[in-house]
Structures are given as C-alpha cells and as structure tokens.
Ligand binder design. Structure first.
Ligand SMILES: [Zn+2]
Ligand SMILES: [Zn+2]
Length: 345
C-alpha cells in the first residue's frame, strides 16, 4: 500500500510498504478518507523535532472501516469513523481514569504518524489503510454533521484545543479567557472556539498573523491584533490564559496577563528545551501553569456533543484542501489548517 513517509528534513515521499493487516480479533482496518495536518506535523517534516526517519506520517484521520476481527462488536465494514491519534486499550488503569494518552498496555506515547515518540511504528494516516487495535474502544463514530475533512481534526488538534479550556472553565464558571495564538495554529483557534462555546464571559484572541486573525474574526470573540511579545496584556487580567504561541515571549505575555490565582495553560511542550519560565511573576500572581499531552480518546465524545449542537465547527479553521496525491508537497504549506482528501477512496 502507499504510505507518506518522512525520510529526512524537508524530504517526504510516498513509499510502497506492506499493506496493513488485522493482527488480532479485536482489531479493525480503516481506509482514511481525509486527514488533517496537526500543528506538530510542520515541525516534524521540516526536521525541527530532530526525529530520525524514515517513519509514517499523518495522525488526524476520518475514514471508513474496511475489515474487523471476530471480536469487534461495535463496528462493521462501511462504518464512518474517526481514529484517535493515540493508541489506547480502554481497559488498563490509566485508560479507565481517562488518561488514554498514558495507556499502560502499549509502549508509552504510542501514536500514529510519530513512530519516534514511542519507538514503535503504528503506521500513519496518510496511507491506504490504518490498523486499529482495541477497535471497539478506539474508534469513534463520525458525526453526521461533519464531512471527513471536518471530522478528522477531532482525532487530535480539535480535542486538544477543547480540553485546554474545558476542564478549567468547568472549575471556574464565568472565567475570562485569553488565547495567545501563534505556532500552535489550529490548537489555538480551536481553543478560542471552544472557549466561545463554554465561557460565560469574555474570550479574547491575540495574534499578529493575518490568516489566523481572519479565522478568529469569524468566531464571535474579541480579536486583538498584536505580536505576542512582552507587551502589556490586553485589558484586565484573565482568569484563564492559553498560550498557543510557541514562543517564550508568548508564554511570558500569557503568564503576565493571568489574574491573581488564575491558570495558564500552555498547549504543548517545547520541541527543544529552551523556554524560560518567569517563576517570580508566577509566584506573585499565584499562578498555576498547566501542560500535558491531550488524552484524545477521552475528550472526543464531549467534542462531538458540541459539534452536534453546532457550538463547535472544526471546519471553520480549515484553510486548504488538497488531494492525497499532492500531500508530499502540500504538507510544507504554512497555511493554518490543511486537509488531505483521499480521492482514490
Ligand atoms: Zn498531533
Ligand atoms: Zn490502556
């Protein structure tokens, strides 16, 4: 089968690899119909992560089930599904606690499209077939309200943006929210969209990128056009700040914009361990800084409930649609959110 493969910095190729096949009773095969580019994929394909190739690419997929093992009860061939990017079993202690990104049954950080994270090649979404273990637990039915390109991002970035505000807002109803946009392009905008859906008070999105600002202006939130430098924060302090900037300056701005006793949620770690944390400011504010990987499978049902209500519209963030055939070139496009459509499927 075809598989888009990361070879080396700025070298991405379609390669022929052995076709994915069922390896157990509880597994399913899924043909991706659409794949969206995760914010991290740009760092991967340009070599910024430093991960050694070759490995399969793509980890936000919506597709159709083509085969199931005898033990699969909830899905059958022809079903439209979303495949969460992390592999999880659903039955171990971390999975039962909702920490599906920490599944203890598979090697830590097991994911599609990012083999160096776990050391295990689970395949990628930019391919003809994906093998899905623990299919009854892993697979999530694609909501009828979305087409495959709109649904694919729920596998990772949409859910990541949602959870970066959801739990914090549940604990603090009425919180004012600031999102500092930037390199975490999709996640920042999805966080702003989720904050609009969940917050009972102001949501402010700050960025200096015209394309991201244009999307933010469609989200019924307050948009501030400003570089995420060490400028003064926009307006009164915020109970919850989200740093999706990817820069030390953006994090510093988010922290200094946080109200006394507030929370700053950074949407990612560092590709390289460079970011200084202003502990003196944090101490004075009494600020909680929150960072973690998303536990995608656990978050997806809440995201889909909002999609059904119309309060989350993942398609609002997609800026370009291309065919799988163009993926090896298009994956480098700096556009905000790229959707790859499998026209052979
Ligand atoms: Zn990702
Ligand atoms: Zn597990």
């Amino acid at each position: 089968m075809r598989q888009l493969t990361y070879v080396a910095p700025r070298q991405v190729q379609w390669r022929d690899v052995p076709a994915a096949a069922l390896q157990g009773d509880g597994e399913a095969l899924v043909r991706p119909l659409a794949v969206t580019r995760c914010d991290l994929d740009i760092a991967i394909v340009t070599g910024a992560t430093g991960w050694p190739g070759p490995f399969a690419l793509g980890h936000e997929a919506a597709g159709v089930v083509t085969a199931v093992g005898d033990g699969v009860r909830l899905f059958r061939p022809g079903d439209r599904v979303i495949v969460p990017f992390q592999i999880s079993c659903g039955t171990c202690a971390p999975c039962r606690a909702g920490l599906t990104g920490n599944c203890a049954t598979v090697p830590f950080r097991s994911s599609y499209g990012m083999a160096p994270l776990s050391g295990v090649e689970h395949g990628g979404a930019l391919s003809d077939l994906m093998r899905v273990p623990f299919a009854d637990h892993m697979l999530v039915a694609q909501p009828d309200e979305l087409d495959a390109p709109a649904a694919a991002g729920i596998a990772d970035n949409v859910s990541d943006g949602f959870r970066s505000v959801a739990a914090h807002l549940a604990a603090r109803p009425g919180a004012r929210v600031l999102v500092v946009g930037g390199r975490g392009q999709g996640v920042g905008l999805y966080a702003a969209q989720a904050a609009r859906a969940l917050a009972m008070a102001d949501v402010v999105y700050l960025d200096d990128d015209p394309a991201r600002l244009a999307i933010a202006r469609t989200l019924d939130i307050t948009v501030v056009e400003r570089q995420a430098g060490t400028d003064k924060a926009p307006g009164a302090p915020f109970d919850l700040t989200i740093d999706a900037s990817g820069t030390p300056d953006g994090l510093a701005l988010a922290i200094r914009a946080t109200a006394h006793g507030g929370i700053c949620h950074r949407t990612y770690g560092d590709v390289r361990p460079l970011t200084e944390v202003p502990l003196r400011d944090m101490y004075g504010i009494g600020l909680s800084l929150h960072l973690s990987r998303v536990h995608a499978r656990s978050v997806m049902p809440a995201v889909i409930a909002h999609v059904r209500r119309g309060t989350l519209r993942p398609q609002a963030v997609i800026t370009r649609w291309v065919s799988f055939a163009d993926a090896a070139d298009a994956i480098f496009d700096p556009t905000v959110k790229l959707a790859f459509v499998n026209e052979d499927a």
